[in-house]
Design a protein around this ligand. Structure first.
Ligand code: NAP
Ligand code: MG
Length: 400
């Protein structure tokens, strides 16, 4: 095993739940460990481990990413009432991704993995559309209240020096609901910076969209800060990279995206990014063909698959079925993390391996070996559908 690729520094390995946890092990065993002397700092974010640690392990894993610079994460269950019963949980913790994003204050970039056999649902799309999702605040950190009956709802800011601002949200004539959300100038600024840095790296024009005609102060602030960051820090660098910056209203951009040919970074506010990344993923092919990276202004990176734990497949696997779950996004999460590790540590053999594994994976699909989700979309259709184990073996064969 002396000829395995060596790593200088570890990556933070964050294990997860259900079917993705099963595939995680498989990918490591068949596609990574035989070729790399894998160095990781391991955190188990499986739902029971989070419960046992009172969710502290989630924060610890985020801090480890801060310390080591690169993490790779498996999909995890976000607990809810049904999961509480299923796993006999004492607590409902927030989504681990939200917790990690809050620690790293990063922007999530989601990029479809294209293969020529899979045509996007939108025929005009020729190049990937990358979504940059602001990963802090808005509705994900909102406070909500049920209003039991008629009354006045107010919003109050009390400064640390006692100063006060107060406005009426609504004079409610009857029962209803209310929500208060926030964001921070610095987080928006860092969001804009992460987007321009990513776009310059990838040579992609930046489109940013919000609804500042309706939300003049809140969305207006996003527009203003984005513009200011572009003008003061990135105009020249973008010009040098041959890319430009474009702002428009979210509904206008949504319409343009469908008519365009792709090949740009679409910077989205938190909720827009959540929704649009699933729309882009599904229109590009399969949820399993989307990679995701959290780029923090601290200069640290967390890679993951964009999909969830593929719960229904897991239940079938538990009954003994060999499911045809697609591991490509998980594989690309690992290759993304290893390539970044290689870049930061200046270890070209590790970078070369990451690229080789990506090519072997794509070649496997191009040559007609694929899982069911892709087989349904492929043109020409493959002669047969592989289960996850056969598919990973098919990649391993091409790797060696
Ligand atoms: P999901 O796990 O993404 O799966 C939704 C459906 O998409 C699956 O039933 C499957 O469709 C298809 N799919 C997704 N990934 C696939 C893959 N790799 N290969 C083949 N098909 C794939 O979403 P979910 O069922 O809504 O959520 C399940 C759990 O994941 C939840 O507990 C949720 O909290 C969690 N989650 C975690 C993350 C994260 O950690 N980043 C993100 C989202 C959701 P078919 O059934 O039609 O085959
Ligand atoms: Mg989503």
């Amino acid at each position: 095993m002396a000829d395995r690729v060596q790593m200088k520094n570890p990556v933070v390995e964050i294990d997860g739940d259900e079917m993705t946890r099963v595939l995680w092990r498989l990918v490591k065993e068949k596609l990574l460990s035989p070729y790399i002397d894998l160095k990781t700092e391991y955190y188990d974010l499986g739902i029971l481990s989070r419960e046992e640690s009172n969710d502290e392990i989630t924060v610890e894993s985020a801090q480890a990413i801060k310390r080591l610079g690169v993490g790779v994460k498996c999909a995890t269950i976000t607990s809810n009432a049904a999961r509480k019963t299923e796993y006999n949980l004492r607590n409902l913790f927030p989504s681990p991704n939200a917790t990690i994003r809050a620690v790293l204050d990063g922007t999530v970039f989601r990029r479809p993995i294209n293969v020529s056999r899979i045509r996007p649902s939108i025929p005009s799309w020729k190049k990937p559309i990358v979504i940059g999702r602001h990963a802090y605040g808005d509705v994900y950190k909102a406070s909500e209240m049920v209003i039991p009956s008629a009354g006045k709802v107010e919003m109050v800011w009390t400064g640390n020096d006692g100063a006060e601002k107060r406005i009426t949200v609504a004079d409610m004539p009857a029962a209803g609901i209310v929500q208060g959300m926030h964001n921070l100038d610095e987080s928006i600024r860092n969001f804009a910076r992460s987007c321009f840095l990513y776009a310059i790296d990838e040579k992609l024009p930046v489109w940013f969209a919000a609804k500042d005609t309706i939300s003049k102060i809140y969305d207006g602030r996003f527009k203003e800060i984005f513009n200011e960051v572009y003008e003061t820090e990135f105009r020249e660098k973008c010009k040098a990279a041959g890319i430009d910056y474009f702002y428009s209203l979210i509904d206008d951009v949504a319409a343009r995206v469908v008519k365009g040919e792709g090949g740009f970074l679409w910077a989205c506010k938190n909720y827009d990014g959540d929704v649009m990344s699933d729309l882009i993923a599904s229109a590009s092919g399969s949820l399993a063909m989307m990679t995701s990276v959290l780029v923090s202004p601290l200069g640290v990176y967390e890679y993951e698959a964009a999909h969830g734990t593929v719960q229904q497949h897991y239940y079938r696997w538990q009954k003994g079925e060999k499911t045809s779950t697609n591991p490509i996004a998980l594989i690309f999460a690992w290759t993304g993390a290893l390539a970044k590790r290689a870049e930061l540590d200046d270890t070209p053999p590790l970078l070369a391996f990451a690229k080789k594994l990506e090519q072997a994976t794509l070649m496997t699909v191009e040559e007609g070996d694929m899982t069911g989700d892709l087989a349904r979309l492929a043109d020409p259709a493959p002669p047969r559908i592989l289960d996850s184990w056969e598919f990973v073996d098919a990649i391993a064969k091409r790797l060696s």
